[in-house]
Design a protein around this ligand. Structure first.
Ligand code: AQP
Length: 328
């Protein structure tokens, strides 16, 4: 069975974008792959996080994974910081990556834009090499991610290929898997910008744990155009196309089916349908989350997961150290 690996940072409140672009794929694909899904908490500290908040969000993320349908029988779920081999391999890969490559990472450019050099951590700059370690340590064949992470997976491929060439066949070269619909969910108030969990304007973003009624209100207030026709056109109608994408994914309908369903509807009717659909999705999800977060399941899942993750990682790092000359 081929292997799948991916993860999410426990920064900010997880959004509908994280669900559509990432978690939904993890759940759909777990039956066909030996899956590893982790909480990327080492990546979270590339920016400052309050300690208690970070711990809470770490547990929340595991509970959300489970509430969304990740099955610990099929998916190994673990905490990145509990597996020190990520740091070990991360360093080796950092020493096999060039500054020019990191300078080309658009996410770093975006996140450091308009910030002073004293406000940007080195971790934010080098995090793609740790991400490469996260992936190739487990010989992952596929990495389901939203489109914004594609460049990092491509860099991972380059690093792995370079390492294999230099030191002999060691790593599987991973493939990014980007969803056909929902590769990027956009901000509801600024539909050309990614919906992001650390965005300042809360009106543009729907958190998975937010009150369903407030989420419905945000959908009703989403920025659209004045054409009043429910047609998918990303370039000219980004707001309505974004809502169509959200509806298509949650209602499990194709974009064509959504267009047909609302061909005689105005935006008000369509938005109401999307709002109801999102609200129902959040209500169901939060019910499951509440059952999980107050049980001992989160710890049990992480305890089981870390054992398996460490075993695989230890063998890979030993092989790498030996090939690089870091053994006696
Ligand atoms: N809006 C989105 N649409 C589709 N996919 C998305 N993802 C995130 N936002 C969207 C996907 O979720 C996975 C985990 O992402 P992450 O939280 O670890 O990193 P991120 O995407 O960089 O997160 P944010 O929302 O921008 O928050 P911060 O500001 O904390 O970094 C990835 O597969 C991502 O593509």
């Amino acid at each position: 069975m081929k292997r799948l690996l991916s993860g999410i940072k426990p920064t900010g409140e997880l959004t509908l974008g994280n669900y559509v672009g990432a978690i939904r794929q993890f759940v759909d694909m777990q039956k066909d792959y030996e899956s590893f899904i982790f909480v990327a908490n080492l990546h979270a500290i590339t920016v400052y996080n309050d300690k208690e908040e970070l711990q809470k969000r770490t547990r929340d993320l595991v509970a959300i994974y489970l509430a969304c349908g990740l099955d610990p029988e099929k998916t190994t779920i673990f905490l990145q910081s509990e597996n020190n081999y990520h740091n070990n391999l991360g360093w080796v890969l950092e020493c096999n990556t060039y500054i020019g490559e990191l300078n080309r990472m658009t996410q770093f450019k975006d996140k450091s834009k308009n910030k002073s050099e004293n406000a940007i951590t080195c971790g934010l700059y080098t995090y793609p090499t740790l991400m490469a370690a996260d992936i190739i340590m487990y010989d992952a064949d596929v990495v389901p991610v939203g489109i914004d992470q594609k460049q990092h997976v491509e860099l991972t491929r380059d690093i792995a290929q370079r390492f294999n060439k230099r030191y002999g066949d060691t790593f599987v070269i991973p493939q990014p898997i980007i969803p056909e619909t929902g590769e990027k969910i956009y901000d509801l108030q600024n539909p050309t910008k990614k919906m992001s969990k650390t965005e300042e304007n809360p009106k543009g973003c729907i958190a998975l744990l937010e009150n369903p009624a407030s989420a419905a209100k945000k959908i009703m207030g989403a920025v659209t155009d004045s054409d009043n026709k429910v047609i998918f056109d990303q370039e000219n109608k980004p707001g309505i196309s974004n809502l169509m994408t959200i509806y298509s994914v949650l209602a499990k309908k194709t974009i064509k089916e959504v267009e047909m369903e609302f061909k005689d509807s105005n935006y008000g009717t369509f938005k109401k349908a999307v709002a109801d659909c999102v609200s129902k999705f959040l209500t169901d999800l939060q019910q499951k989350y509440n059952d999980i977060i107050n049980s001992g399941t989160v710890d049990k899942v992480l305890d089981d997961g870390i054992k398996k993750a460490r075993e695989i990682a230890q063998a890979k790092v030993a092989e790498v150290y030996q090939k690089v000359g870091l053994s006696r």
